[in-house]
Design a binder for this molecule. Structure first.
Ligand code: XMP
Length: 520
């Protein structure tokens, strides 16, 4: 069975919006299969029988840029429900005889949407007041409706914020229902998919696993693939997914930098080599990393050294494997969006992130990135479907440079060992008190300050340990987690009593921004 062509779907036509994948994700969340297609590539080969409805995305263009907005206008004759979002809404109006102009008052950010008429699209969407907060991002607007359309809702500055042609089942909305800032936006997508397009739920993590498996088999064939396995969620899911598809053709390289969480390297070997019997090359590079980091205090220098050494070691081992054609990476969709700025302009560099992303260009390998269209929570669900343990799949994110960026200043073996123990006490306490899953990321850091304390009758002069625990949706913004006094006291006591080298524990209560999640 070819899963992809056997599934009925929502076709999403992409006009270049940064939110197109978010629309697809919302559709998947509702348990429905969707496919994204570039607006220039709508062709007659598409199996129309399988398409239950069409969504036209937003986009940075102007509807009158005829060369750039080329698409097959036959879609309006396919007799399928169509929902246009933002630019898509303007496309529908313009193509069917309405007018679009530069808006007198552009709308960016939150706007108050007012209900004017009932519509199947807005069933259960509006608040009792008939007003919802919605998120806008547009400079053009529809100024005249196409024939057969009527208005459903407006804002103070735009007359046609939701429109519909009930006979044809065409709908246009000027705001973005797919972003979380639009109040109850998901209800609009739900109404479109289930009430208007009459879709049945057909999409699960199991389907996703099967589809990715088919695609990987087809793409890789009999070739060999190498993968830098770190033990984190993304590289673990990629490894298991590819191993399921091609077995021994996959070779994983695990570099123990010595900067991992306590016993992490043992867990990686136990899970992937012993349990799943995956071809795993274990490289013990603890000493190398420690030597290179000697006397280095500057955060950016540390990051560069770790990133470069990692690549060098990876290349050395990868080069020994013959006939490799592909490099597998755990790139997720947010990694792709973050690497481009929303407006296309240069974004300012806060930290030079290290992950496998910048790996061996010289090796001329083709990339396999099976998670590139997914979001973190989807990857976690997929991981559970692949029978990876909850310990791995639900683990907090961990940065590429590891503990090095949680020891501000110079790094020594002694400091790393102290930190591993403190971090493990903190994390185990979170698990014991059922707090771990409520927190997006938590860790201990070792500050390069010694302070005076008293233990027994003796004066101590030891390091300070900083604890950080944050809530977040995606790591882009974050707030500190509020612990009870009892819990903080318990953790602080455990750390100071059990770890030689720490006599004071502090809790970081800054949000991001202005701070970042990591210290360096
Ligand atoms: P910051 O400190 O920038 O961290 O607020 C945001 C999220 O990114 C993680 N992080 C990294 N992840 N390579 C990674 O793969 C890196 O170099 C890196 N630096 C930070 C951090 O742990 C947090 O989850």
């Amino acid at each position: 069975m070819n899963l992809k062509s056997d599934l009925s779907k929502i076709l999403i036509i992409d006009f270049g919006s940064q939110f197109t994948q978010l629309i697809a994700r919302r559709v998947r969340e509702l348990g429905v299969y969707s496919e994204i297609i570039n607006h220039k590539k709508i062709n007659l080969k598409l199996d129309k029988e399988q398409i239950n409805g069409i969504i036209l995305s937003g986009g940075p263009l102007n509807v009158y840029q005829s060369k750039k907005v080329k698409f097959n206008k036959e879609i309006f004759k396919w007799n399928k429900p169509i929902l246009g979002i933002c630019f898509g809404h303007q496309v529908i109006s313009k193509e069917l005889g309405g007018k679009v102009k530069q808006a007198k008052n552009r709308e960016f950010g939150l706007a108050k949407l007012k209900r004017l008429n009932k519509s199947e699209l807005t069933n259960n969407f509006f608040n009792k007041s008939g007003i919802n907060n919605v998120w806008m991002s547009h400079a053009d607007e529809v100024t005249k409706l196409a024939k057969g359309f009527k208005v459903v809702a407006k804002t103070n500055t735009s007359k046609f914020s939701i429109i519909e042609n009930r006979t044809k089942n065409f709908y246009g909305i000027q705001f973005h229902p797919e972003v979380s800032h639009t109040e109850k936006g998901k209800i609009i997508i739900k109404n479109f998919i289930f009430s208007i397009c009459k879709m049945k739920r057909n999409w699960t993590s199991k389907n996703q696993k099967q589809l990715l498996n088919q695609e990987l088999k087809k793409k890789i064939g009999k070739s060999k693939v190498i993968c830098a396995l770190s033990g984190g969620v993304d590289s673990s899911v990629v490894t298991k997914l590819i191993h399921n598809a091609i077995g021994k053709q996959l070779i994983c390289i695990f570099v123990n930098t010595g900067l991992l969480r306590k016993n992490e390297e043992l867990q990686v070997v136990k899970t992937f080599k012993k349990k799943f019997k995956i071809n795993l090359i274990y490289v013990d590079a603890k000493k190398l990393f420690l030597n290179k980091l000697k006397n280095i205090k500057d955060p950016e220098k540390k990051r560069k050294i770790i990133g470069n050494l990692f690549i060098k070691i990876f290349e050395k081992y990868a080069n020994k494997i013959k006939n490799v054609k592909f490099l597998a990476q755990g790139t997720l969709y947010p990694d792709l969006i973050e690497s481009k700025s929303v407006t296309g302009s240069q974004t300012s560099k806060i930290k030079s992130h290290h992950n496998v992303g910048g790996l061996p260009k010289k090796m001329k390998l083709k990339l396999v990135e099976p998670l590139r269209l997914l979001f973190k929570d989807e990857v976690r669900k997929l991981g559970l479907e692949l029978k990876l343990s909850k310990d791995i799949v639900l683990r907090h994110p961990f940065p590429g440079p590891g503990l090095a960026i949680r020891i501000p200043g110079e790094i020594t073996e002694n400091k790393i060992n102290i930190l591993k123990d403190a971090d493990s006490i903190f994390i185990n306490s979170l698990r014991e008190h059922k707090l771990y899953d409520k927190i997006w990321q938590a860790y201990a850091a070792l500050l390069p300050v010694k302070t005076v304390g008293v233990m027994g009758d003796n004066r101590t002069y030891e390091y300070m340990c900083l604890l950080r625990a944050i809530t977040s949706e995606d790591g882009m913004t974050a707030d500190f987690f509020s612990f009870s006094k009892d819990f903080m006291q318990l953790v602080s006591n455990k750390i100071v009593n059990n770890i030689k080298g720490i006599n004071r524990v502090v809790y970081d209560v800054t949000s991001k921004p202005p701070s970042t999640i990591e210290l360096e």
